[in-house]
Design a protein around this ligand. Structure first.
Ligand code: TYD
Length: 134
């Protein structure tokens, strides 16, 4: 699985810290869209799908949550809890976001504009496609 944690620059300053990322430099795709997930009630899960084409980069800007990934064969869970670490998630990876802390804020940037037809929302269908690609 080529998903991975990417450590971002962190400019420490007495006035507070600053982190950033740029398309194709810190993350391996060009950013077409940003969205964020917030006010998640305790115990709720987001995601539960895969994308045929789009790649994403996920950061816990504040608070913490887990991202569970499955490439059709194996599963791995990442805990995001720092605003200078992000998770790169390529296309054709099933993902779920869970264990959101109170007031957590997830920032996600994507390689494509929003397209419902890019979603695979049925795990069996995803798994068939993912394992055929290998
Ligand atoms: P969805 O991607 O299913 O949410 P999550 O993966 O976090 O559980 O999106 C939820 C709804 O929001 C769905 O109706 C589509 C809509 N949506 C947009 O209109 N634009 C977007 O950029 C995103 C990510 C979702």
């Amino acid at each position: 699985m080529v998903s991975r944690i990417i450590e971002l620059p962190k400019i420490e300053d007495q006035r507070g810290n600053l982190s950033f990322y740029e398309s194709l430099s810190h993350i391996p795709f060009e950013i077409k869209r940003a969205y964020w997930i917030y006010d998640v009630p305790g115990g709720q899960t987001r995601g539960g799908h895969s994308f045929k084409v789009q790649h994403e980069f996920i950061i816990a800007l504040s608070g913490s949550f887990d991202v569970k990934l499955n490439d059709g064969v194996s599963e791995v869970t990442y805990s995001l809890n720092r605003s200078y670490y992000g998770l790169y998630v390529p296309n054709m990876i099933w993902r779920e976001m869970l264990n959101f802390s109170t007031n957590s804020l997830a920032l996600i940037v994507s390689s494509t504009t929003y397209s419902e037809t890019d979603y695979l929302r049925d795990f069996d269908e995803f798994q068939k496609l993912a394992t055929n690609e290998k």
